[in-house]
Design a protein. Structure first.
Length: 89
């Protein structure tokens, strides 16, 4: 059986299969992107595909810690809008 790589959510610290997490990647040119495929080169930080975890990670600057750099505002906006339900409540 193929072993699925496990990654840790930067917000809740749960370990999950890579496919269950959302990856934010710091590309070699120094900007950040959402990486839904998990295949982009560069340093990655992972968060659950969960609005609470994303909100918490953004609030506590957890991505910055994991990536050792500021997350681009574009990426932050993407993260905020990817699960928009919370905003409307
Ligand atoms: Zn989480």
């Amino acid at each position: 059986m193929k072993k699925i790589p496990q990654r840790m959510c930067v917000a809740c610290k749960a370990r999950r299969d890579k496919s269950e997490l959302l990856r934010v990647v710091l590309l070699p040119d120094g900007h950040t992107e959402l990486d839904p495929t998990g295949k982009m080169p560069g340093r990655g930080a992972y968060v659950c595909k969960d609005e609470d975890c994303i909100a918490q990670a953004l609030k506590a600057n957890r991505f910055q810690r994991g990536l050792k750099t500021q997350v681009d505002s574009d990426t932050v906006e993407q993260l905020k809008t990817i699960y928009p339900n919370k905003e409307q409540r």
